[in-house]
Design a protein around this ligand. Structure first.
Ligand code: GLU
Length: 283
């Protein structure tokens, strides 16, 4: 279970997504990726190397856009390879090789009923290009999509068993990202930059340090709709319909130093050397 960052904005949000991934590096990961809405299409870059290399790939491929999602992966289903790295795209049923994606999705966690869902989606013509449990969710959302991404994600989450935090966007709704969580962490960051009307998703508040300190801690079962200058959170009681719910916005001063490597070679070494301070702080 690793890290997610997502955003809707009117400025190019790729540097914020990449910086968010850097701040999530302390969790450890085996691959990483980013996808944006660019020129009416979904575009992505993925890497089994460090976030720094992903950043270089993004610059070389001129990937930029105001709506996007990014991910660091800790593989549970499928080897740490580029084709298994997130974001995953769904190209719709019976897609031809090279056809444009419609749904882009990142996921932290494990989907326990992925085998059943994969069999159903294959029978409907969906072609799988990875061994992940995650790709199942991308195709499921695509299959349920009839023009309203919030509705499709709400319906999809009702069919998932297991743990997930997801962030999803759609080629046909350029300024919208939907997030959902059950068993994996996800926060909403309310944008401070009013002109850009931006809003964010992340695995923790630290990923958004320097971007916004206005944080909503999403609760189990929440599905959040991020748009330019507005957001709303929905959830359902039992098998009932999804209804809007109010959540407190907290001011969170994320301590950016905690996520920075500093003079250490890797995060385990940093944690070892920080033990005396951690114990003193705790006392
Ligand atoms: N189960 C997913 C995968 O293997 C997500 C892993 C994660 O949480 O990073 O791709």
């Amino acid at each position: 279970m690793c890290g997610i960052v997502g955003a809707v904005s009117t400025r190019n949000i790729v540097p914020v997504l990449i910086e968010g991934l850097r701040r999530l590096e302390y969790r450890g990961y085996d691959s990483c990726g980013v996808a944006v809405h660019q020129g009416g299409q979904l575009r992505r870059a993925r890497s089994t190397s460090r976030v720094a290399e992903l950043d270089a790939n993004v610059a070389a491929d001129e990937i930029l856009g105001g709506t996007g999602i990014a991910h660091t992966r800790w593989a549970t289903h499928g080897a740490p390879a580029v084709h298994n790295a997130h974001p995953h795209f769904s190209h719709g049923p019976n897609a031809q090789a090279g056809s444009a994606g419609r749904i882009a999705l990142v996921h932290n966690g494990i989907i326990e009923n992925h085998d059943e869902l994969r069999a159903e989606l294959k029978a409907k013509g969906y072609v799988f290009t990875s061994q992940t449990d995650t790709e199942v969710i991308a195709h499921l959302v695509d299959q349920l999509y009839t023009g309203d991404l919030l509705d499709a994600v709400q319906q999809a989450t009702a069919q998932l068993r297991g743990a997930y935090a997801i962030a999803v966007f759609c080629r046909d709704e350029p300024h919208r990202v939907i997030g959902a969580r059950e068993g994996s962490p996800l926060v909403l960051g309310v944008g401070a930059n009013e002109r850009a009307g931006e809003n964010f998703l992340a695995s923790d508040a630290m990923a958004l340090a320097g971007v916004t300190d206005q944080i909503v801690y999403l609760e189990e079962g929440d599905v959040v709709d991020l748009q330019l200058g507005k957001y709303w959170i929905t959830r359902r009681d039992g098998d009932g319909p999804f209804k809007p719910v109010a959540r407190e916005v907290r001011t969170v001063q994320a301590h950016t130093g905690a996520a920075e490597l500093g003079p250490y070679r890797h995060y385990m070494q940093k944690e070892i050397f920080e033990q005396p301070k951690a114990i003193a702080d705790t006392l």
